[in-house]
Design a protein around this ligand. Structure first.
Ligand SMILES: Nc1ncnc2c1ncn2[C@@H]1O[C@H](COP(=O)(O)OP(=O)(O)O)[C@@H](O)[C@H]1O
Ligand SMILES: O=C(CO)[C@H](O)[C@H](O)COP(=O)(O)O
Length: 559
């Protein structure tokens, strides 16, 4: 039988990326990136120029369709495969990236009467303007002793569905009123491709407080938030919730023409980027933590029971791989901290030297930082430049660097920042281990493992664990393609389960990063120091970071 193929599409923050993969061994035959024409909308609405408030981050739903229109035909062309052999499509998305739609599934922002209202647009995952609603939600949930809170590390994020919906209700009740459904963008794109509205269990579980056995929180809880929300889950959040790998439907004639595919191609239900990356690197059993390493890190892990681990983002049954409890934790800035240093804090001589050598400032600093032994800089940092997502769940915490002298060099600080993020990951691993959720092996994917080998060696040394690195640059998209192959089914040449698909298709690089015993010993001492600073500044003993923030706010408000 000839080879069969699937397409995976990863809808990121700035662009959408498609891959076409061979189902027999996961070989990538085509890859294409479509930057979103409207990018992240955080200043003014397209067309009307209506100004947005601080902390807003929107997207244009038409940009997602543009990705389907540009990137899918491009990967078909690159690979030269026969259309009849492309049997499945899967997608993954940032989340919670959500939008209001009308009774026909049409985004409200496409309609003349709503397009000038910012609340009718897609709210991107990093839209942070619903913090007041999130704070109130958390305090009401805590007062009521809601059982769901511990599943989310004790706090529901302002990035998630309920806080965002509540913000719409508070600030634009007319938009709320006219919304038939609030959908995750991943489910909306699947609806566009197939004509079927189905909610996936991953976003429902991690972002909408849905539980496989218990469903959504009670009507009484929603009523306690706001009487107008009492029937939210029966009305604007209604709909079937199905597990990952389920076939959502088949590509409609209209979309098949737009995407250059055959109508009837199987389409899997939507998924989330970090979650699709797990089978994407071949992880389908507990004990193996997948680190999706880029601007931030998402830490993904499977378990056989629901355990409440301090500060994790969520535990969801079937949330990553059906049959397991999927755990998610994270660090809200990693690559972004290195970017801050490179852009804001290196002296001109470093930039000039890097330019003369024809390397990036990151590479220049990495080369020099690699010459230092662990502990040789005398520096230690707390990696909270963008707050702390796990395990403290506190966006008001800030960064710290200590141990500087008049001799301290930029490459030493760079190294201390790399180390700080590794300590942050170690803290997350320790939190899981403390609750009996084992982390025996580490897998890395995303941009950072491809860019910085010193960083990866430091992670191996700090965690005292071997790290395997994904072979693909587009691991989430490859994982999405695997779910597309499952949706197509075995009889069509796909796979019966995501486990089988991952076993056949996932690829990791041959070389791994192994801990060096002498490094491990020194880092163990430094980690104990990191722990002391972490608890001192992060657990309330010294609230100086929050006091500084309060003073800053006062001064700004006085201006
Ligand atoms: N050589 C490098 N070493 C460490 N970090 C790097 C290097 N080059 C770029 N970065 C950081 O990598 C991040 C981008 O990672 P990537 O995985 O490509 O993006 P994203 O998380 O948006 O998918 C940026 O924060 C950037 O500062
Ligand atoms: O919350 C998340 C997954 O649950 C991700 O952080 C979010 O989707 C964006 O990730 P990235 O910027 O790395 O693409």
């Amino acid at each position: 039988m000839s080879s069969k193929f699937a397409i995976g599409i990863d809808f990121g923050t700035e662009s959408g990326r498609a891959v076409l993969v061979d189902l027999s061994d996961g070989t990538e035959l085509g890859e294409h990136v479509t930057p979103y024409p409207h990018g992240v909308i955080d200043e003014q609405l397209p067309g009307s120029g209506v100004k947005l408030e601080p902390d807003w981050a929107l997207q244009h739903p038409g940009d997602y369709i543009e990705v389907l229109k540009q990137s899918v035909p491009a990967v078909i062309k690159q690979s030269g495969v026969n259309l009849a052999d492309v049997i499945g499509i899967g997608i993954d998305f940032t989340a919670c990236t959500m939008l209001p739609v009308d009774g026909n599934g049409e985004p409200l922002c496409f309609k003349a009467e709503w397009k000038n209202n910012p609340h009718s647009w897609v709210k991107l995952w990093k839209h942070h303007a619903a913090q007041d609603e999130a704070n109130e939600l958390n305090s009401i949930a805590e007062q009521r002793g809601e059982k769901f809170l511990p599943r989310y590390g004790g706090k529901i994020s302002s990035e998630w569905m309920i806080a965002k919906i509540w913000q719409i209700l508070n600030e634009a009740p007319e938009v709320y009123e006219h919304t038939d459904l609030f959908l995750e963008a991943t489910d909306w794109v699947i609806f566009k491709m197939t004509g079927h509205i189905l909610r996936n269990s991953c976003t429902a579980g991690y972002k909408s407080i849905w539980h496989k056995q218990e469903g959504y929180p009670s009507r009484a809880f929603f009523k306690a938030l706001d009487p107008r929300l009492e029937y939210l889950t029966d009305t604007k959040l209604r709909g079937d919730i199905v597990s990952l790998g389920t076939k959502a439907g088949e590509l409609t004639g209209e979309m098949a023409e737009l995407m250059g595919l055959n109508p009837g191609t199987a389409v899997a239900v939507g998924n989330v980027d970090a979650h699709a990356a797990v089978p994407g690197v071949g992880v389908v059993t507990p004990g193996k933590m997948v680190m999706v390493m880029g601007t931030s890190i998402c830490h993904m892990l499977l378990g056989t029971e629901e355990v409440h681990v301090e500060g994790m983002c969520g535990v969801v049954e079937d949330g990553i791989i059906p049959g397991y409890f999927g755990y998610e934790a994270g660090q809200s800035a990693v690559g972004d901290i290195f970017a801050w240093f490179v852009e804001q804090a290196v002296p001109a001589y470093v930039q000039e030297a890097a330019a003369q050598e024809g390397v990036s400032v990151h590479d220049w600093l990495e080369q020099r930082a690699a010459a230092y032994k662990p502990g040789a800089t005398g520096l230690l940092a707390l990696d909270w430049w963008n707050g702390n997502r796990s395990i403290l769940v506190d966006t008001d915490l800030t960064g710290l660097l200590m141990g500087c002298t008049l001799q301290t060099k930029p490459e030493e600080i760079y190294r201390a920042l790399l180390e700080a993020t590794a300590f942050g990951t170690r803290k997350i691993i320790d939190a899981f281990q403390a609750k009996g959720v084992s982390v025996n092996e580490l897998y890395a994917c995303g941009g950072l493992p491809q860019k910085n080998s010193l960083l990866m060696q430091i992670y191996a040394d700090v965690t005292n664990r071997e790290i395997k690195v994904a072979a693909s640059k587009q691991t989430p998209a490859v994982g999405a393609a695997m779910f597309g192959a499952v949706a197509a089914g075995k009889e069509k040449g796909g796979y019966a389960s995501i486990v089988e698909a991952a076993q056949k298709m996932a690829r990791v690089r041959e070389e791994t990063y192994k801990p060096v015993p002498e490094h491990v010993a020194v880092y163990e001492k430094l980690y104990q120091e990191y722990n002391r600073l972490h608890d001192y500044f992060g657990r309330g003993e010294n609230q100086v970071m929050k006091r500084l923030k309060a003073i800053k706010e006062e001064v700004w408000q006085g201006n």
